[in-house]
Design a protein around this ligand. Structure first.
Ligand code: GUN
Ligand code: FE
Length: 445
């Protein structure tokens, strides 16, 4: 398969941050094979299809490093609660009531929303049971993903929602064997102990060590999100959250920790030393009243930061653009107006997400040899700036865009969204199915 994209602008996101005009990007067998200057290009001799989009801007696809597809069904059903109540009274009982059909319905609407919003790679935290369903849907959809069943062998908040340590270890290992590097390496495993309060030390350690058997897999958890949560961790282990992970040797450069809001100086030192990755979730952190993570400080310290929408019931969207916008805005009153500028934040949602997952040689920028995970944006929309040159591109993407600007989405060279329409799903059908599966699930809670 061979084709050419000729957009108005190409935001390469390479080391020089080049923005190209009068260039074409050639895609062969899912990879970016060349970036061609149009004056050197003879159109009539080209042997593949040519897509000419004189209005559109081509960017690398967004990478979101913390998502819960299993929660999409629960959007709007857990508003205005803080984390531990949100889990205890809503999310754990709901997740516990998933059957295969409701989980599949949730995952489909979730993936659809992510793709329609320009997200091409995710790190998903699965749920306790039926994880195969999530993998099946990820594979069918064409999105790039790390995923794994969430591990829970202790649960004081909702005791029905857990399994034994042994069962959890066996289940997650067999899933990793079945699904790591599936779909031509598009799918990878993310070992996912839910958070310290839901895991025994044995489960945290075993799942951490398992990733040594699966090259390229990651360790994915929640940490230091909520003050009551960390007070519980302190009571149980006499340590701060990240100090505890460090004390049992379950933190390294393949560890992605969502949130990291309430961290001590010692923990920041551990974060630096271990080269762990922070998944920053600004919408979720505001909506659950968890706090504001000190991202400018982390960036100054050289700590890896990428973005994630978290789950639909704590956001309530799955849009990378919304997360970029908030990641920028929430820091400005604390620091100054010029902190977290649009280009910096755009990088957190693209190449920094790729780096967090050790995929920076494969995705995150438009460079020859990389995978063709691409998004075409219409920044000529009524809701964007009225400037006709490239100076406003990052601003338009981060500060004034929305779902309506996402024209097309390509993963591994395959068109998954084209001209604002999903080529993967019938959106009416998956939405109606989500409603009917939610009704049945609520009957089971
Ligand atoms: N901590 C443990 N589980 C969760 C979850 O599902 N979402 C968030 N935001 N934090 C958590
Ligand atoms: Fe989360």
């Amino acid at each position: 398969m061979k084709y050419l994209l000729i957009p108005k602008f190409i935001v390469t996101n390479d080391k020089n941050d080049s923005i190209l005009t009068n260039h074409a990007v050639e895609i062969i067998d899912g990879k970016i094979s060349s970036v061609i200057e149009l004056k050197n290009f003879v159109r009539k001799n080209y042997p593949g299809e040519i897509f000419h989009f004189p209005e559109l801007t081509l960017i690398p696809g967004f990478v979101q490093t913390h998502i819960h597809l299993c929660q999409t069904l629960f959007r709007g059903l857990a508003d205005d609660l803080q984390l531990l109540d949100w889990l205890q009274y809503r999310i754990f009982p709901y997740e516990n009531s998933h059957d295969k059909n409701s989980l599949r319905a949730s995952v489909k609407v979730g993936i659809n929303e992510l793709l329609r919003g320009g997200t091409t790679t995710i790190l998903d935290m699965g749920t306790l049971r039926h994880q195969e369903v999530i993998f099946e849907e990820l594979i069918i959809s064409g999105i790039r993903a790390f995923a794994g069943n969430c591990l829970i062998d202790q649960n004081d908040l909702f005791p029905q929602f857990k399994s034994t340590t042994k069962e959890q270890i066996e289940y997650t290992y067999s899933l990793a064997k079945d699904f790591h590097n599936q779909a031509e390496d598009r799918i990878k495993y993310g070992f996912a102990p839910r958070f310290v309060l839901s895991c025994s030390e044995e489960l945290l350690k075993e799942s951490f060590m398992m990733k040594n058997d699966f090259e390229g897999a990651v360790y994915h958890t929640h940490s230091s999100e909520n003050k009551n949560e960390i007070a519980e961790v302190r009571k149980k282990y006499g340590k701060e959250n990240i100090e505890y992970f460090n004390s049992i040797n379950t933190i390294d450069d393949h560890s992605v920790f969502a949130h990291c809001i309430h961290t001590s100086e010692n923990e920041i030192e551990i974060m630096k030393q271990t080269k762990m990755r922070v998944a920053h979730c600004p919408s979720s952190n505001l909506k659950l009243a968890s706090g504001i993570a000190d991202i400018p400080r982390y960036l100054k310290e050289g700590i890896s930061v990428s973005l994630g929408a978290d789950g639909a019931p704590c956001n309530n969207n799955l849009s990378a653009i919304t997360e970029m916008r908030l990641a920028a805005l929430i820091q400005k009153p604390i620091y100054s107006a010029d902190v977290m500028d649009a280009k910096t934040v755009f990088k957190l949602a693209t190449i920094e997400g790729a780096k967090a997952l050790h995929l920076e040689n494969e995705i995150g920028s438009i460079e020859i040899g990389k995978k063709a995970d691409l998004v075409l944006l219409n920044l000529n929309s009524f809701n964007n700036s009225y400037v006709e040159n490239e100076n406003s591109i990052y601003s338009d993407i981060v500060y004034s865009s929305g779902m309506n600007n996402i024209h097309s989405v390509i993963v591994d060279g395959k068109w998954l969204v084209k001209e604002f329409k999903s080529l993967v799903y019938d959106e009416n059908e998956i939405t109606e199915n989500a409603k009917s599966e939610l009704q049945k699930l609520l009957g089971r809670v």
